[in-house]
Design a protein around this ligand. Structure first.
Ligand code: KG4
Ligand code: ZN
Length: 354
């Protein structure tokens, strides 16, 4: 049984065909990073326009690469939210049109559930599992029970972890998105050079907060004269879309590398500390770490070496950042349960998973 997944919640237009919930036959992604990079973040109006441009070719490519005709499909799955409403609408409208014309069932999928299935559909995850979904829009901890029922244990009260990476990178002139650049340069700095304090949460102690860390980086920045190096990095970015480590090192002194290393180490510590505590609280049998920030090599290394007590699973390359294979995979159990959407399916910018 093949499901066509469509994802357009943020700045990637994606389509994929997945067989029986786990076998990825194709996964096409059209990224808008170059469109948004010069603005230092995603511009919603531009995102909708780019989705409109890309949706038909991306879906066509996913069908072709998997050797699937629309009439071979069992269902069409589409991201319903959370995300940018104008972006979500493009995917939803196209999915509805295809489903209507080809008389296929339509399945609405929560984007966060997609990130969880990016891992759960490819690994021998045992339940209950603790899921840490950490991306540009979310930093959430969920208990995942057998049958894919979810309980929210904690979430960020301000910025998402990926957002913190992006804002720090923007401040220091490293461009957008910030995560991959900081990930690449952090190993070259000393992670204990700058001492950032860890957050003590009042109320739900499994909640996250990254605004204090962001402000601490801003204070560090303001206390130094960094105008020249920031200008040099911006000039580099104007010449080279994706500079290499060597090119960054020409315009990034040791102290800045130390700052990046210390910032990243603090984010990782905040994430894993709460993930570990949540896993203990629910007696988890495994842990899932997913979302764009799950690409981070420092986070992967720390999660493997911390002896978290349970197996930890990360997404395979290509499934960490936004994609449609995870949406098609998440739709499979819904298909089995007969959870279909009707034509009233709406984009929901703040759709909650639990
Ligand atoms: O899941 P995703 O593609 O989109 C959202 O749903 O937000 O995640 C994008 C986020 C961005 O904030 C980006 O900076 C971050 O994931 N990211 C990383 C890395 N690669 C992407 N953060 C840290 N380290 C990385 N290697
Ligand atoms: Zn995402």
């Amino acid at each position: 049984m093949r499901i066509l997944g469509i994802e357009s919640s943020c700045d990637e237009t994606a389509a994929a065909v997945v067989e029986n919930g786990g076998s990825i036959l194709s996964s096409a992604i059209s990224s808008q990073i170059t469109t948004h990079a010069k603005y230092g973040g995603v511009v919603p109006e531009l995102a909708s326009r780019e989705h409109l441009r890309a949706i038909v070719p991306v879906v066509t490519l996913a069908l072709e690469q998997s050797g699937t005709r629309l009439e071979d499909l069992g269902a069409i799955a589409v991201t319903q939210g959370p995300g940018l409403v104008g972006s979500l609408l493009v995917g939803i409208t196209y999915a509805k049109a295809l489903a209507l014309i080809h008389d296929l069932p339509l399945i609405g999928v929560n984007h966060i559930e997609g990130h969880i299935h990016a891992v759960a559909s490819q690994n021998p995850v045992e339940y209950p599992a603790l899921a840490l979904v950490v991306s540009g829009g979310h930093t959430h901890l969920y208990e995942v029970l057998q049958g894919f029922r979810y309980r929210l244990l904690g979430k960020t009260r301000d910025d998402a972890a990926g957002e913190a990476f992006d804002k720090v990178a923007k401040l220091l002139g490293f461009g957008y998105p910030g995560g991959p650049v900081i990930d690449m340069l952090a190993p070259l700095g000393h992670p204990e050079a700058v001492r950032f304090s860890l957050v003590k949460m009042k109320g739900n102690t499994l909640d996250f907060s990254f605004s204090g860390l962001k402000t601490a980086v801003l204070r560090w920045f303001e206390a130094r004269d960094m105008a020249d190096e920031v200008a040099a990095r911006k000039a580099l970015l104007r010449d080279v879309a994706r500079p290499s480590v060597e090119q960054w090192l020409m315009v990034t002194p040791r102290t800045t590398l130390d700052l990046l290393a210390s910032f990243q180490a603090t984010v990782i510590e905040e994430l894993l500390k709460r993930a570990l505590r949540s896993a203990e609280e629910i007696d988890a049998r495994s842990m899932i770490i997913s979302g764009g920030v799950a690409c981070n090599s420092g986070l992967r290394l720390a999660a493997q070496s911390k002896r978290l007590g349970v197996p930890v699973y990360f997404p395979a390359p290509g499934l960490s950042t936004d994609n449609a294979a995870m949406i098609a995979a998440a739709a499979f159990p819904k298909f089995a349960r007969g959870e279909f959407a009707d034509w009233s399916l709406k984009a929901q910018a703040n759709l909650a998973l639990a």
